[in-house]
Design a protein around this ligand. Structure first.
Ligand code: PEP
Ligand code: MN
Length: 300
C-alpha cells in the first residue's frame, strides 16, 4: 500500500489553484493589493460603488437597430453600448444574411456614439482591425476565444485603452490571471475581467451552452483588485434565464454586467435565443437597481 501521508497535506492556502509563489513571482501585477478602478469618464467607473451595465446586440447589424438600442439605453440612463463589427463564430457556416459589418459597422458605432453620447465596447479579433477600432471604441473587448492570444493581448495593451478580458470557457482562474498579467506587464492597468460561463455537461437544457461560474466572482475578488464583471447572456444562451443570473452576479459582488439586448431578438442574426427585448431589459435594469441599493450600490 502506498503511504499517502495525508497528515502532511495542508489547507493553509485555500486558493489551491494559485499558490503564494504564483502571487509573488508569476501573477504579481494581477494579484497586488492595490485597488484598481477603471475610469471611463467622470461618471463611469468600474470597480467602485456604481455598477455599469453594458448592453446591445451581438453584432452591429445596421444603423436603425443601433439607433433604437441607443435610444432605449439613454432612456434608462445606461451609458455603454456594445456591438461587434468583427466577430468570431463557433461554426464557420453562417446564415446567408449574416456577415461581419467590419468598417461599416464601426462607422455606424461612430455615429451612434456622437449622437447619443454613449461609450462604445467592441471586440478586437485581430490586430489588423485595431487601427479602425481605436478611432471609435472606448473599451476594447478581448473575447473568450482569444483570451490567450498573447500577441493580441500585448498589442491591445499597448494602446492604453481600457480592456475587458473575457475568461475562456475552459480556463482556470490561474489561466485568466496569467492572461491578465500579459496585459498588465505592458503597463496598461485599465483592465476589467469578465466571467462569461464555463463549459460543463449540459444538464440544464439542450440549448444552454455554458454555466455561469458565479463562484468565480468572489473567488477573483479575493485574488485580484481589478474590477470583475459578469456576462450572463453568453453563459446561458437563453434569454429567460439572463435576469436571474444577472441578479445572482450582483449579489455575488460583480462590478458590471454585459447584457445582450435586441429590438427583436428572434430576428437577431446571431444567437437569437439569448438577447433580452427592450421591455425585459428595462425590467432587469429596474430590479438590478433595487438589489444594488440593498447592497449599498447602484446601477449606472
Ligand atoms: C460576445 O461578447 O459577443 C462574445 C462572443 O462573447 P464571448 O467571447 O464571451 O463568447
Ligand atoms: Mn454574442
Amino acid at each position: 500500500m502506498p503511504n499517502l501521508k495525508v497528515s502532511k497535506l495542508s489547507n493553509k492556502n485555500p486558493t489551491k489553484d494559485i499558490s503564494e509563489d504564483d502571487k509573488k513571482s508569476k501573477l504579481m501585477l494581477s494579484t497586488s493589493n492595490k485597488k484598481r478602478l477603471v475610469k471611463i469618464s467622470n461618471t463611469l467607473i468600474f470597480g467602485g460603488k456604481k455598477i455599469p451595465i453594458i448592453a446591445g446586440p451581438n453584432g452591429v447589424e445596421n444603423k436603425k437597430l443601433m439607433f433604437d438600442v441607443a435610444k432605449q439605453l439613454t432612456k434608462l440612463k445606461i451609458q455603454i453600448i456594445r456591438g461587434h463589427a468583427y466577430k468570431p463564430l463557433t461554426f464557420p457556416y453562417r446564415s446567408s444574411k449574416y456577415k461581419e459589418s467590419r468598417n461599416e459597422g464601426m462607422d455606424i458605432m461612430d455615429i451612434v456614439k456622437k449622437e447619443f453620447n454613449l461609450k462604445v465596447v467592441t471586440e478586437v479579433t485581430e490586430m489588423r482591425f485595431l487601427d479602425r477600432i481605436l478611432k471609435t471604441a472606448d473599451i476594447l473587448q478581448i473575447g473568450s476565444r482569444n483570451m490567450q492570444n498573447l500577441e493580441l493581448l500585448k498589442e491591445v495593451s499597448l494602446t492604453k485603452k481600457p480592456i475587458i478580458l473575457k475568461r475562456h470557457f475552459g480556463s482556470s482562474l490561474r489561466d485568466l490571471l496569467g492572461a491578465a498579467e500579459h496585459i498588465l506587464v505592458q503597463g496598461n492597468f485599465n483592465l476589467i475581467l469578465c466571467e462569461r460561463g464555463v463549459s460543463i455537461p449540459h444538464t440544464h437544457k439542450e440549448t444552454s451552452r455554458f454555466a455561469l461560474d458565479v463562484h468565480a466572482i468572489p473567488a477573483l475578488k479575493e485574488l485580484t483588485k481589478f474590477p470583475i464583471i459578469s456576462d450572463p447572456s453568453h453563459a446561458s444562451f437563453w434569454a429567460p434565464w439572463v435576469p436571474s443570473l444577472a441578479l445572482a452576479s450582483i449579489a455575488a459582488g460583480c462590478d458590471g454586467l454585459i447584457i445582450e439586448m435586441h429590438k427583436n431578438p428572434k430576428k437577431s442574426l446571431v444567437d437569437p435565443l439569448q438577447p433580452l427585448n427592450f421591455k425585459q431589459f428595462k425590467n432587469l435594469v429596474q430590479v438590478s437597481n433595487k438589489l444594488s441599493k440593498v447592497l449599498g450600490r447602484s446601477i449606472t
